[in-house]
Structure formats: C-alpha cells, structure tokens
Design a protein around this ligand. Structure first.
Ligand SMILES: [Cu+2]
Length: 616
C-alpha cells in the first residue's frame, strides 16, 4: 500500500485502499468520556459499525489520512471507537456491522476475559452479535482486522485504528477516570522496526492536538492507559510519581491489591498492554505525560513535516518540537501556593558543549559538570554525562550553560520539582511564567530540593533526535543527607546509544561501550543503578552465570520499593527507555558473569562481561 495523504477538502480523493469511498466520512476523535450504548437492567446493548473514513490526527491544521474506524451505528465514526463501559456482572450485547467493502472483519476482544477468546467474524456487508457477561473488572480493549492479523502488532496501514476501549468497573469504583487509547499507524514493511510511522495518537489525536487534562492540587487523577498499537511505549509523567494500580494484557488485567501497588515515574507498556494509575498532583503548573521513545514524540510524525524538523527554527519546543504520544495536564493551585523553592545551599554548573567530529561528521554533544568555582572546570564533555550527585533535602541551584550551536533545555527526569524548572521549554511553568529554552551562549538557573534519595536521569528535552542521540544525558543520583558516594560499591550502569543513528536504531551501549567489560569483587555488596536512556530501545537486561544470578530489587525510577517488594530475584529486568532500577548485588564467588540486553522480541542488542575477582 502506498502512503496516501489527501486533503479533506479535496474532491479528488486519492484512495490508498480499494474500499475507500469517493467522499469519505469524517472520523472524529473520541476522548472516552462518554460510554456508548444503552445500559438497562444490567444489559448493555450497542450497535457498532466498522467503515472507512477520513481522519485528521492533527485536527483542522493537518492533512487527513484514510483509516478504518468503529462508530455507533447512525452516529459517525471515531478513533478510538466507542467506549464500552459496564459494571462488573453486566451482560454485553454488541452488534457489529461490517461496512468495509471487499473484506471480512474479524473483531477481537468482545468476550469475557478468562474464557476462551472468541473472535467475531463479520462478512462483508453483514452484521453479527457478540454476547457475553463481563465479570472480570479491568481495563481492556477490542480491536479488529481485515487481513487476518492474529495479534495487534501484525496490523499496519488503515486498519490500525480499528480499536476501542472496554472498561469493566469493579463494584464501587470511581467513574471519573481518564481513559487513554494509544494507536499508531505504520507502514507495511516486513521488518517491524523499519516500518515508517505515519501517525501516533492518543484518543485519536497527535500532540499538541490531544485533549488536555485539568485538575487542582490535591485531586486524585486516575488514568487508564491502553496500548492498542504494535509498539512498546514507556509512558513518563513529568515531575511526579504515580501509583500503579493495575497492569494488563489483552487477555487479562491484574488489579493490584495494596501490597502490590508501587510508585513509578515511567512505566513500559508492550503492544496490547494496559495500566491504571493514580496521580495526586501536589504542585500546580503545566505538566506532560508522554512516551519516552523519541520516535513516538518526534515532530517528524507531523503530516507534511517530512521526517526531521529544524530545531534551530523552532520558537516553542513544546508545541512545535514534539508530536505524537503526548498529553498535557494543567494543574491549578488549591489556594495561594507559597514559593516552594528554597535558597540554594549548593551550586553547580552543568555546561552543554560539543565535540566536533566525534561521530564521523557529526559532533558529540555532552556535559561538563563543575562546582561553582571555575577553577574546577574540566575541559571536555564526557558521554554519558558525569554523575550529578545531590543530597536529599539539600536545595540546589544548577546553572545550565549552553555552549552548543543550537538551543537546548534540560529535564530532571522523575525529580519532583516546580514546573518552571522541569525543562520543557515553552510549556513548563504556570500562567504567564513559562520556561524558555536556553539559547546558544545563554544560561538558565534551575532550582529544586530533591525530596527523596534514588536514581534519576538528567537529559536534554530539546531536539531529542539529535541531542539525546549525540550524548546529552547522565545519571542524577540523590543520596541520603551526609552520605558519600562510594564509587567502588555504588555502580551506575547506564544504557544509551552510541551517537546519531544512521537510518535506524542506534547501537546499544552500556556506560558508553558497545562491549562492556566490568569488574566486581566477590564478597562485596554492590548497589547497581540500572538506567535506560537509549532514544528508542526498550530492553530485557540480564546478568547470567552457569548458575542463576540473583540480585535484590531496591527501587524503581528513584522511589524505594515497599520493603515487602524489595525481594531477591533472578537478575533479569525488562527496562523501557526512561526507566531506572536499583538492585543490590553480592557476587559470592569469583568468575565471569555475562551481560546481555535483548530487545522485546529476543534479539541481542548488547553483550558484555563482568569479571568477578577473588576477594582481597
Ligand atoms: Cu512510544
């Protein structure tokens, strides 16, 4: 199928699929606030249609794309399709009419979870009914294919938008949650990783056209996320932690009991995956929830953008330098909010600079870190960036100095700080006080007081495709007051890429090396801070021996695990980009250990070794 774009206003439609009508119906976005169908006496009755239409991921501003979509019979099509939402125990009767000519429609997900999946086969032009009792509370979705795809990740092109949310409420559960459905339209290339992405949307719209959420300090905001795309998405909330309440697959949702809930600032959802989380914003301002894979928030997703945007010409990074899987939240103060920023007790300078020709013709971009005395200044950047070590409760002022040839802005990933210092230029802040980007030759003073000790990341939030790939990231480590970082026992293993990718995914490196060789000593107890800040590569990280290697989980995203979850486990950790994990590792015997990091379909992306020396 060729990439087909057409102007909605244009009468001469260029169909990419034979079944697209000459004057396609307009497909509207669906914010999932209104359940569809009629619920009466415990029975939900709903009549759906699946049909082709014209969809505008970027609202009135952008071009229209052809898509197949669901709609309520007689009421128009939407992306995502109508929200099916019932209390647990309800009987669901959903009729589906197939108005996609020349294709048999197979609808997945309209069945009780825990029972045998029953795909609904609807021949061309006909109508079939799925009837079942919804008894398992959770966050689910339904999706359909015209090509016989067995899994959601096998779809591409126009049918990728045939999806809708399906929520089964537990008794007494609140109903004012926000349901977000992620869908991605991709091209048909046989290797999924090299498929071009045409649109990445949340509830049918690409940033900045996604629906913004609004809340007030102290509210509890519940979000249900459904990854109805064929790609993994590590979803990151700026400036806060959220409490994870459920994680699910298309087949099953696991609702966490209080002993299973945990904090996260970034949570990886694989294709078809779901999660529910609660967030209590305690600071006002402009915030974002977004996928941390740079390809899924790239301005190149904008129709007509043609790949890369020239960031030197972008006035507002937030609105013009990102697209795709981003959702805004504006938090209003509950009362007059006191200035949360304390006078700094510590000052550091973080200088962004370039190293010409580090990656062939491309420069490296990285950081120099110093105290407030210029005499301490090292002369060259390191990639990954030097560890920025702070103390819990100690107010810090960081002067971000930009010596690059282009603007930048630095984000303090998972740090609970004031919005103005969060690093999304053109967005972070409140009211008229919005943070600027740091122009070349300029600087910006960032102030915050780390409220918890843990493993965080500092990284560029500007022109990420170039700046992040070129080296602008480093570990941000917060220690308990009075503690000192012992570089022998406290190890950071930071996964990233090695320079700008040439037409694909950049090679994976650990601590800057594509073949890392690390050394530990038997009998010692180490803290391993595992960070993934690769631009686009979620990984399954593994440490192996002939016998299973066991480590003890300590923290995720900088937040300590509750004590009963801080348990020993096999040294194997899926890690999305933007996630951090802390482990305690105590190798008992000398010998070699093997490091491997595979992508989510099992291909090895990084191999290395750890030599465990005999005890002294
Ligand atoms: Cu993503």
């Amino acid at each position: 199928m060729r990439r087909s774009l057409f102007l909605l206003a244009c009468v001469c439609v260029v169909p990419g699929n034979a079944s697209l009508p000459l004057h396609p119906a307009s497909i509207e976005p669906n914010d999932n606030r209104q359940p569809a169908g009629e619920l009466r006496d415990g029975v939900l009755t709903l009549a759906l249609v699946a049909a082709p239409g014209a969809w505008r991921p970027e609202a009135e501003r952008g071009l229209a794309r052809e898509a197949y979509a669901f709609g309520v019979e007689g009421a128009g099509l939407s992306i995502p399709g109508p929200l099916i939402r019932v209390p647990a125990g309800a009987e669901v009767r959903v009729a589906v009419r197939n108005a996609i000519s020349g294709a048999t429609l197979i609808v997945h997900g309209l069945h009780e979870r825990g029972s045998e999946p029953r795909p609904l086969e609807v021949p061309d032009g006909e109508r079939r009914v799925a009837s079942f009792r919804a008894t398992s509370p959770g966050t689910y979705h339904y999706w359909a294919t015209t090509t016989g795809a067995q899994l959601i990740q096998q779809r591409h092109g126009a049918e990728t938008q045939l999806v809708g949310a399906f929520i089964v409420e537990a008794p007494g559960e609140r109903r004012d949650d926000h349901v977000y459905v992620i869908s991605v339209e991709e091209g048909p290339e046989s290797v999924p990783a090299s498929r071009p992405l045409f649109a990445a949307v949340v509830n049918g719209r690409s940033w900045p056209h996604t629906t913004a959420g609004r809340a007030t300090v102290g509210d509890t905001v519940r979000m249900r996320w459904i990854n109805a795309s064929g790609r993994p998405h590590p979803m990151h909330l700026h400036g806060f932690y959220f409490q994870v309440r459920s994680r699910g697959t298309p087949a099953r949702d696991t609702l966490y009991d209080p002993s299973q809930t945990r904090l996260a600032a970034t949570e990886l959802m694989t294709a078809g995956g779901t999660m529910t989380f609660d967030w209590v914003p305690d600071r006002p301002g402009n915030w974002l929830v977004h996928c941390h894979m740079v390809a899924h928030i790239s301005p190149g997703l904008r129709s007509g953008a043609g790949g890369h945007a020239d960031h030197r010409k972008i006035a507002n990074h937030a609105l013009d330098g990102m697209a795709g899987l981003v959702v805004a939240w504006r938090i209003e103060p509950r009362a007059a909010t006191p200035d949360a920023v304390e006078a700094p007790r510590r000052r550091v300078r973080l200088i962004a600079d370039e190293v010409p020709g580090l990656y062939g013709e491309q420069p490296g971009m990285g950081f120099i870190l110093s105290g407030d005395r210029l005499a301490q200044l090292p002369d060259t950047v390191t990639i990954p960036g030097p560890p920025l070590v702070l103390a819990r409760g100690e107010p810090v002022e960081i002067a971000v100095v930009n010596q690059l040839a282009e603007p930048t802005s630095i984000h303090w990933h998972a740090m609970e700080l004031e919005s103005f210092y969060d690093g999304v230029s053109g967005w972070s802040g409140y009211g008229t006080r919005v943070s600027p980007h740091v122009a070349p030759g300029d600087s910006f003073l960032v102030r915050f007081t780390p409220p918890r000790a843990g493993t965080f990341i500092y990284h560029t939030h500007f022109n990420e495709e170039i700046q992040l790939e070129s080296g602008m990231y480093g570990p941000l480590i917060v220690l308990e007051p009075g503690a000192r970082l012992d570089p022998e026992l406290d190890r950071t293993w930071i996964i990233s890429q090695t320079g700008p990718a040439v037409g694909g995914t950049a090679p994976v490196a650990l601590n800057g090396s594509v073949a890392p060789h690390l050394e530990l000593t038997a009998g010692r107890t180490y803290r391993i801070r595992l960070i993934n800040i690769h631009v686009n590569q979620p990984l399954i990280f593994e440490l192996t021996d002939e016998a299973p290697v066991v480590w003890r989980a300590l923290a995720k995203d900088g937040a300590d695990l509750p004590p009963h979850q801080a348990t020993p486990r096999a040294a194997r950790q899926p890690i999305g980009v933007g996630e951090t994990y802390d482990f305690e590792l105590a190798p008992a015997a000398p010998g070699p250990l093997r490091i491997s990091a595979r992508n989510l379909v099992g291909r090895v992306r990084l191999e290395g070794t750890v030599r465990v020396r005999p005890p002294d």
